[in-house]
Design a protein. Structure first.
Length: 160
C-alpha cells in the first residue's frame, strides 16, 4: 500500500524528490529482506540495517517531529553514530533526511487537504505557526500559504 502510494507520488511530480524515491526503494528492499531472510541477511551489514531501520522509524514517526536523538534511542545507538552511518550510506545527515520527510509531508497536506496552517502545525507537532512557516520557507523559499496558493493557481491554469 505504501509502495503504491509512493509510486503515484513519484509519477505525479507534485512533491516527488530523490529522498522520497530512495526511502520508498529502501522500504521495498527491507520488505523483501523480511520475506526472504535466509537469502538476504548475509548481504546486509550492520550499517545498512541501521539505515533501513532509521528510515522505517522516520516513516512511522515523522508526524511526531522527533529529534535525531529520539531515533538514535529507538535504535540503541548514539546520535553521533547514527548520523555517521546515515551519512556514509545516503550522503545526507540524519537531520537532512528528517527535514526532507517533514517537508514532503507538509507539502502533501497543503496540496491534498483543506487543513489550515495552524491545524497542520498541531498535526505535525510544531511548537507554533511561526516556527513551521520559518522551517518551510527555509527549505522551499516559500511560506506554506504561498506554496498552497501557487500549487492551486498552477492547477487551475493547466485546466483552462
Amino acid at each position: 500500500m505504501l509502495f503504491v502510494q509512493g509510486c503515484k507520488e513519484m509519477l505525479s511530480n507534485d512533491v516527488a524528490n530523490e529522498a522520497v524515491e530512495r526511502a520508498i526503494l529502501n522500504l521495498l528492499l527491507l520488505k523483501c529482506a523480511h520475506l526472504y531472510p535466509h537469502k538476504t541477511k548475509a548481504k546486509y551489514g550492520r550499517g545498512q540495517i541501521l539505515v533501513k531501520n532509521f528510515l522505517l522509524h522516520i516513516e512511522e514517526n515523522f508526524h511526531k517531529n522527533l529529534k535525531v536523538a529520539d531515533y538514535a534511542d529507538m535504535l540503541a545507538i548514539t546520535p553521533h553514530h547514527l548520523t555517521q552511518i546515515v551519512k556514509q550510506y545516503t550522503g545526507k545527515t540524519s537531520t537532512e533526511l528528517l527535514q526532507e520527510k517533514l517537508i514532503v509531508e507538509i507539502k502533501k497536506l497543503l496540496i491534498h487537504s483543506q487543513l489550515s496552517i495552524s491545524e497542520i502545525v498541531d498535526l505535525m507537532h510544531f511548537s507554533d505557526q511561526s516556527y513551521l512557516t520559518k522551517f518551510f520557507k527555509k527549505h522551499t523559499s516559500q511560506t506554506p500559504f504561498e506554496y498552497r496558493r501557487n500549487i492551486h493557481e498552477s492547477a487551475y491554469s493547466t485546466k483552462e
